[in-house]
Structure formats: structure tokens, C-alpha cells
Write a protein that binds this ligand. Structure first.
Ligand code: DI6
Ligand code: FE
Length: 394
């Protein structure tokens, strides 16, 4: 006996190389896991509850594997300054940008941060997202970094969604460490990171011309290893600083951005199994001329995930579906690559092997869409055809 069965649905399982489609299928849940799936006519047993999906499509619940959705304030003023000709790097270097969000976030208590983050997360969920990664990185000092992570965990306790937390204390140099970047990296490694051990599932570093050097990144990565947390990098975004090769060497879960990564680094990622997280919304919003080298990634067998990068400075979006469209139009991903990028490969980018595909034994996290073909999820610009969401069988 199954707890619940969804019938009369087309399944995109993400198994094998493509979308793994089962037309006119059914999927059954027991104890929060997928118990069976296949053609509807072959459905083996009765279920306590049956839902007729009326020909809708079912995908694994979407996974947004890169967000900064816990922050206070917004940066629409900075957007206007950029429209008037200033650039992102110059605004950051003059104490604005990330640092203006840091000021607002430091001043916000837990309840304020929670109230600001909730509708952002709800918007993602309404599109079929069932797992979301949330980074800190707007505190740049211990207590605010921990507060951001606590808020991320509270969102998961409050809402029907799974949350993975990432400590990104090495996101920028805080004003009190101006001119002492290496000292701040040491503080992250020696003090902030150990204090966040219970709240962070992973550790991220902004390894970039505007962020931290290779040496500083290695220091933080080493501290992450000591507390048994995997490493992710924001890398090769504003310049090729060798993030791809560094991540492969570190055995990082992912490198995110990679707009300027070199081919040798991508080959190393392919060999190491490090996932490339593509963030087309940031390219769009910053009008970045450099694009990730998708052809080189394909040739190197690099797994490609797609994520929102939801943040107030370089990608103020609350739509992962819009990012699917951008990934196809701006980066020329195929529909199959884009959809696997927000399911199977996004799970890999978070080091999760219990979701992102439809297969017996995995979490029964589903997204239901009223569409005729999966390509519609990439095709529409700003339309949400999600008609249901299932988290652990509910
Ligand atoms: N890259 C990003 O996309 C975000 N952080 C980073 O290092 C942007 C953060 C911001 O501008 O607030
Ligand atoms: Fe980011």
C-alpha cells in the first residue's frame, strides 16, 4: 500500500543522459520517499490517496543551489547609479555595493531578516523549488554571519522547503579591516568559521579580483576541511584568477560564475567532478560581456548547474524559471541541460544524492506543471505554470 499516488502525469525523471521522459506515467510515495514510478498502466498497488494530474508534467522538485536571499535593504539606488554610468566594481571599491548591504544587514535583527527573506523564498517555492541553498556573507563579522545562517535555518523550520546553508564570511573585506584583507581572511578561518560549524552545511569563498586571493582562499578552505565542511567557490567572475583549477585541486563541490574561467581549469574540473554553477541572471543584470565557455565545459565533461544567485546587487530576482530562460538564451544551453541544471546537477552542486531525480528510494520532492512540453519551462519569459509542489511526499 502506497501513501499517495499521482497518476495521469508525464514524468521527466532526469535519469540517463536526457530528461528521462515517461509519458502517461504514475509515481507513488511511501514514508516521504519515492516508492515506485513507471507507466500508469503498470502501477502495482493501491494507495491511501490518489491524485489525477490531468496530463500535467512532473519534474523532481527544483533546486536553487546558489542564493543570498537573507539580507536587509535593497540596492535600487545603486542600480540607478549604474544606469548613470558608474560600474559595479567602482561602487564596491568606494564602500557601496556589497558593503551597503552589509550595513543594512548588520543593523537588522533576526525577525526583520526573517520577514524580508520569507516572501523571496515563497516566490521561489511557488515555481516548484523544494530545496534552496542560502548563503551568509552580508555580516562579515561573527554575530551577523551567524544570524543570517540562523534565519536560513528558521525559514526551513517555518516553510515546507529544504534549506542548505553556506557560510560566505569571505565575501568582501569589511570596513574595519580596510587595507588588511589577509587579517580578515585569518579571522574568518580561525574564528568565524569554527563558530558557524553547527549552522553551516558548506563554506564558500569569493575567489576573485574583487574578493580574496588564492592564498587567503586556501586558508579558509583548510579551516573548512578541519570542521568537515565541503567548499564551494564564487570564482572567475570578474577576472580569470584560476578559480576553476583551484576548486578542482581542493575537491570543491562547485565553482559558481566562471564567466572568465580558462579551458585548462575547466578540464581539471571535469576530471575532479567539480560542478559548474551557471548564474545567467548576474551576467544579464551586470551586462557582462564575458560568458562562461559552455563549449569547453561540454568538451571537458563538466556538470553544469543553473541557479538564481538571488542577491540585492548583481541579481535581484525571485525567479528560477526566468534563469532557465536566460541560461538558454544567453548561454545557449539546451533545454535538457538547463532542466538538469536545476535538478540533478544542482543536487550535485550541494553534495546531495537523495534528490534531483525521480527514482525509487529518493526523497519524494516533486514539482507539477501545466505544460504541454518540458521546453515550455525554458521558453516562457516570466510565466509560472507550476500547479503543485510535493515535499517528502506531502
Ligand atoms: N558574486 C555575486 O554574484 C554576489 N556575490 C558575489 O561575490 C553579489 C553580491 C552583491 O553584489 O551583493
Ligand atoms: Fe553569488
Amino acid at each position: 500500500m502506497f501513501d499517495r499516488v499521482w497518476t495521469h502525469a508525464n514524468l521527466a525523471t532526469m535519469e540517463g543522459e536526457g530528461l528521462g521522459v515517461i509519458e502517461d506515467g504514475a509515481i507513488a510515495a511511501r514514508d516521504g520517499r519515492i516508492a515506485w514510478l513507471g507507466p500508469r498502466a503498470a502501477l502495482p498497488g493501491p494507495a491511501a490517496e490518489t491524485t489525477d494530474c490531468g496530463g500535467a508534467w512532473i519534474l523532481p522538485g527544483l533546486i536553487d543551489c546558489h542564493t543570498h536571499l537573507v539580507f536587509a535593504g535593497d540596492r535600487s539606488d545603486e542600480f540607478e547609479r549604474r544606469l548613470a554610468g558608474e560600474d559595479y566594481a567602482a561602487i564596491l571599491q568606494s564602500g557601496g555595493g556589497i558593503l551597503s548591504t552589509v550595513r543594512a544587514t548588520r543593523a537588522a535583527d533576526e525577525a526583520t531578516l526573517l520577514a524580508a527573506a520569507r516572501p523571496r523564498l515563497a516566490a521561489l517555492m511557488a515555481e516548484g523549488v523544494t530545496t534552496v541553498e542560502i548563503k551568509s556573507g552580508y555580516g562579515l563579522e561573527r554575530d551577523t554571519e551567524l544570524r543570517q545562517l540562523r534565519v536560513a535555518r528558521r525559514l526551513a523550520a517555518e516553510l515546507p522547503v529544504a534549506v542548505r546553508t553556506t557560510l560566505l564570511a569571505a565575501h568582501a573585506v569589511p570596513p574595519e579591516f580596510a587595507g588588511r584583507r589577509a587579517d580578515y581572511a585569518r579571522l574568518v578561518a580561525e574564528e568565524i568559521l569554527p563558530a558557524a560549524a553547527d549552522l553551516a552545511d558548506a563554506v564558500d569563498v569569493f575567489h576573485d579580483r574583487l574578493g580574496f586571493t588564492t592564498e587567503e582562499t586556501l586558508r579558509v578552505a583548510d579551516a573548512a576541511r578541519r570542521i568537515g565542511r565541503p567548499v564551494k567557490l564564487h570564482g572567475d567572475q570578474h577576472a580569470d584568477v584560476g578559480s576553476a583549477a583551484l576548486a578542482a585541486r581542493l575537491g570543491a563541490l562547485s565553482v559558481d560564475h566562471l564567466e572568465q574561467a580558462n579551458a585548462a581549469g575547466l578540464q581539471a574540473m571535469g576530471r575532479a567532478g567539480t560542478v559548474a554553477v551557471l548564474l545567467p541572471g548576474a551576467c544579464y543584470f551586470l551586462r557582462e560581456a564575458n560568458r562562461p565557455d559552455i563549449a569547453a565545459m561540454r568538451a571537458a565533461g563538466v556538470r553544469m548547474a543553473v541557479a538564481s544567485d538571488m542577491n540585492p546587487g548583481s541579481c535581484p530576482t525571485v525567479s528560477l524559471l526566468l534563469m532557465l530562460n536566460f541560461a538558454c538564451t544567453l548561454f545557449r544551453l539546451t533545454v535538457g541541460e538547463a532542466l538538469r541544471g536545476v535538478t540533478r546537477q544542482a543536487a550535485a552542486a550541494l553534495g546531495l544524492d537523495d534528490r534531483g531525480r525521480l527514482a525509487p528510494g529518493l526523497r519524494c520532492d516533486l514539482a507539477l506543471y501545466a505544460i504541454a512540453r518540458p521546453a515550455e519551462l525554458c521558453y516562457w519569459i516570466g510565466r509560472n505554470p507550476c500547479i503543485g509542489r510535493v515535499l517528502e511526499g506531502h
